[in-house]
Design a protein around this ligand. Structure first.
Ligand SMILES: [Zn+2]
Length: 481
């Protein structure tokens, strides 16, 4: 069996590390948390995997990483999680989301991007999305992300203050965009309005909460003109915040930019100085050979969304070429209406498989490269690589425990192979963000599952009845949804 080929990789496992002496003040006092595991997958520079390891956490920070016996002899913790059949790793980073769109999933499927957006999503949003919708939809999203081991995400949706309030309560870490779009949207009348609303939101949330980073989210270069994109960047620069945007997502966008500006999307954005500040570019399915070095040189963080790109038939992003060229590439789910779930394990698998099959090269994107995209690579792409994404002393304590006690994890020849090619969201046993446990043994500690489900169902029933009323007034067969 080819499984045997994984065996030599076990030599990479370090039986024991020799961590530095702990700070004196922690020796007497109990620390907050010890997270042990049969494997600790650190995702540090050397991709160190510690067998029978543990991570010590205090006051939201990783204070030690090493052999479980060393950690447990050095520290007493108020909470110590179980070790048997557990794998500890950094929390997953979902670099592109529209969290509240959980409430629109299943409303319109099996369509191309522009049809789906213009004829279904944008009209449904104007009709149904308000602050209450965003609160409930974001809570559903948080539940699903925490369930699957995502600890940080980048959001782009409406009513960003409401999103930030939900994230503050649920305990996740997020970059939350103020959406800028030049059309009537749920919270603005057009580009000028959405930029000034966005500035107000950023004033209210900048430096307010350590887990919440407000940013701007200009939608795309086909929903904003060059001047509006430039003004959004100016506003972002004025406030010292990053930008998240859809870039080169579809062949339509590339053609649109060529027709309107005589340049492809990334060249056009570079030309107007759009990359003068930190940029998170979602999708990047159609970069030209000349554009890839621009992404690298301008330190643009690219977020690959394989499920969404496949479902909307947007295309296959040249992820392997971008990584080879030194572009920062992370992974995302996109919103739940174009995926239709928020499972980063599935994204990892699809990212790997899509590169392999489209290039007819099984080595195109190996498991380790994909795991990097979902952790430290993604963290770097969104500008948080110095704070999260790997299990290293001094970093914020965003980590998860994956249970390997399901039979589909037996036998485990190579832990990285299992994390990427076998694990699913139901295997996640514990989730810690900033040192706080959000889920333990499958139990949610900051989210009320029953209330969230009841509120989501009640809101969905209102949408359903509004759609039924509207459809009742249209000729039969004229409208499907
Ligand atoms: Zn998107």
């Amino acid at each position: 069996m080819t499984r045997i080929a994984f065996l030599p990789l076990s030599v990479l496992l370090l039986a024991a590390c020799t961590p530095a002496e702990p700070p004196a003040e922690t020796q007497d006092d109990a620390i907050d948390l010890i997270v042990p595991g049969e494997y600790v997958v650190t995702m540090d520079e050397k991709l160190t995997v510690i067998e029978d390891g543990a991570v010590a956490v205090d006051q939201g920070v990783i204070i030690d990483v090493g052999a479980a016996s060393d950690i447990e002899s050095r520290y007493t913790a108020r909470v110590t999680l179980p070790r048997d059949k557990r794998v500890v790793m950094p929390g997953l980073v979902n670099g592109h989301q529209h969290a509240a769109m959980t409430l629109l999933r299943g409303l319109a499927d099996d369509l191309a991007l522009m049809d789906w957006l213009n004829n279904y999503m944008f009209p449904a949003e104007v009709e149904f999305v308000d602050a209450e919708f965003v609160r409930i939809g974001t809570e559903v999203s948080c539940w699903e992300m925490v369930r699957g081991g995502t600890t940080t995400f980048v959001d782009m949706y409406y009513y960003p203050d409401t999103i930030a309030e939900v994230i503050e309560r649920c305990g996740m870490r997020a970059l939350i965009s103020a959406t800028v779009i030049d059309q009537r949207s749920p919270d603005a009348e057009g580009a000028t309005d959405s930029i000034s609303n966005g500035e107000g939101y950023i004033d209210r949330w900048q430096n307010r909460h350590p887990r919440i980073t407000p940013i701007f989210g200009p939608h795309a270069n086909y929903t904003l003109d060059a001047e509006q994109l430039r003004k959004t960047r100016e506003a972002a620069q004025k406030h010292g915040v990053a930008i998240s945007i859809h870039v080169s997502e579809s062949a339509f966008e590339t053609q649109y930019a060529k027709d309107k500006y005589g340049k492809t999307s990334i060249e056009m954005l570079d030309d107007i100085g759009f990359f003068d500040g930190p940029t998170i570019a979602a999708h990047v399915v159609w970069p030209t050979a000349a554009e890839i070095p621009i992404l690298r040189d301008r330190k643009v963080g690219v977020i690959h969304n394989p499920s969404s790109n496949m479902k909307l038939a947007s295309g296959v992003s040249p992820v392997a070429e971008m990584l080879d060229a030194g572009v920062r590439v992370g992974l995302g789910t996109d919103g739940a209406a174009s995926n239709n779930d928020l499972d980063m394990w599935e994204e990892m698998r699809l990212a790997a498989f899509l590169q392999k099959v489209s290039r007819m090269d099984p080595e195109a994107l190996p498991a380790t490269a994909v795991l990097k995209m979902a952790t430290i690579g993604g963290a770097t792409a969104i500008g948080l690589g110095d704070q999260i994404g790997s299990l290293e002393v001094g970093k914020r304590a965003d980590l998860i425990q994956v249970a390997f006690d399901d039979v589909h994890h037996v036998p485990t020849f190579d832990v990285i192979s299992h994390l990427v090619y076998v694990t699913d969201e139901q295997d996640v046993a514990a989730v810690v963000v900033d040192g706080q446990l959000l889920m333990r043994d499958g139990e949610f500690l900051t989210l009320d599952t029953d209330r969230i489900a009841a509120e989501a169902n009640a809101l969905a029933a209102r949408i359903q009845s509004a759609l039924a009323q509207r459809n009742a007034g249209t000729p039969a067969g004229a409208e499907e949804k």
